[in-house]
Structure formats: structure tokens, C-alpha cells
Design a protein around this ligand. Structure first.
Ligand SMILES: [Fe+2]
Length: 224
């Protein structure tokens, strides 16, 4: 029994090292993408809690948020140095592969299986016009819908190389206008309530141990 616990712990440590390495590599490639992952994770967990999800669901959504763009690791550097609002169509096509690449990176790690779909489907839309599969509202897992709202809110409210961060009010408007086309209306309203009550995340709130804590807890071991 103790031996199997030790083996599981060792496996967890190895997986954690791999994932921490992936996270660091994402940061080396593009610091914005790394910090964005932390914030999306925290926003997604806040929304999941407010929607009444179980602690396990909240944690899985947190991991999905943290790694949602991990597939960008494989994308061309030209995408990250682009300063235009719109990418040329060849790069746009390349970006559309990142959910598939991210899911492929995570799918063989047993305890991360429940989060793979959140990574894979975070760019699907309620109206079926998202990517990579064009799933419709009822086919998209709730965790992916949660990550997608957190992703949009953070992308709008933070400075990016090609645009200045906008106010929370502007982000609410964008989310509300996207209801039913892009986002689940009920989740959007719950998210706005949460931000109004508990505020926007500041960069200084980033916790470098978030990945360790979430991944260890998913594997059945507490981090601290
Ligand atoms: Fe993404």
C-alpha cells in the first residue's frame, strides 16, 4: 500500500516537473501567455465556485485555465512578435491549432484527463462557429465555457503587444454582446457579479506556486 502511494507520488513529481518545464517554456516564449494562464486559472475558479461547482470541478477548471494556451508553445515566433490587431491568414490558421496541440500535450497524463477537454474546447462558441470542431452550445463542456469567459475577460482587460488593456466595464459589454453567439449567458452574468463583488486580478496577485498546488492536488497530494 505504502509502496503504491510512493510510486504515485514519484509519478506525480515527474509529471509536475514536466508541466512546470512546459509552463517555464511558455514563459520563455511569451511572458504574456504565461501570466495570462495564471489569471485565467484564478478567474475560472472564481466563476466555477460561484456557479456551485464541486471542489474537484473547481480545481479541474483551474488547471484547464492555467494550461489553456499551452499549445501556443509550438507556434511560430512571428505570432508573438506581431503588433497588428489581426494576424495574416497563414498565422491565423496556425493559431487555430493551439487547442489541439495543448490537448495532445496533456492527454496522456492520467490525473489530467478531466481537464483535456477544457483545453481542447476553449475556443468553441455557443453558435457553433468556434474552433477546432465547431461544437454547439450543448456539446461544449461547462468547464470549457468557463475558461472561455475568463480568457476573454483577461485578454480585454490587460495590456497586450498590439492593444492597451481596457476597463472592466468595456469587458462586460463585450461579454454581454457575445452572449448566445460566443458565450453562455448565465455564466457571463455570474462572472460579472463575481468581478463586481470581488474585483479584477492585479498582476501582483500572481502565485508562482499555483501550478504546483493545482497539479499536486489533482494527483491526490497536497502541496502545502
Ligand atoms: Fe487560446
Amino acid at each position: 500500500m505504502q509502496q503504491s502511494v510512493n510510486i504515485r507520488k514519484r509519478l506525480c513529481e515527474q509529471h509536475l516537473q514536466i508541466l512546470s518545464g512546459i509552463c517555464r517554456a511558455v514563459g520563455e516564449k511569451d511572458q504574456y501567455t504565461q501570466a495570462h494562464g495564471y489569471r485565467v486559472s484564478l478567474y475560472a475558479m472564481r466563476l466555477a465556485r460561484r456557479l456551485g461547482c464541486s471542489p474537484e470541478e473547481v480545481r479541474n477548471v483551474g488547471i484547464g485555465g492555467l494550461f489553456h494556451d499551452v499549445g501556443k508553445l509550438a507556434l511560430s515566433d512571428r505570432i508573438f512578435t506581431n503588433r497588428e490587431t489581426h494576424l495574416p491568414s497563414d498565422l491565423e490558421q496556425e493559431v487555430r491549432c493551439h487547442p489541439l496541440i495543448g490537448a495532445a500535450l496533456l492527454k496522456d497524463i492520467d490525473f489530467l484527463k478531466p481537464v483535456v477537454d477544457f483545453v481542447l474546447f476553449h475556443h468553441e462558441q455557443e453558435d457553433g462557429n468556434g474552433y477546432p470542431f465547431g461544437l454547439r452550445a450543448g456539446e461544449i463542456p461547462p468547464g470549457a465555457k468557463i475558461v472561455s469567459i475568463a480568457d476573454c475577460f483577461d485578454a480585454v482587460t490587460t495590456d497586450r503587444p498590439y492593444q492597451k488593456g481596457q476597463s472592466a466595464a468595456t469587458a462586460y459589454q463585450i461579454l454581454r454582446e457575445g452572449c448566445r453567439r460566443f458565450f453562455c449567458e448565465e455564466y457571463v452574468e455570474t462572472f460579472i457579479e463575481e468581478i463586481e463583488e470581488n474585483g479584477i486580478i492585479q498582476d501582483t496577485c500572481l502565485d508562482p506556486l499555483l501550478a504546483d498546488e493545482l497539479v499536486r492536488s489533482a494527483a491526490g497530494f497536497s502541496a502545502r
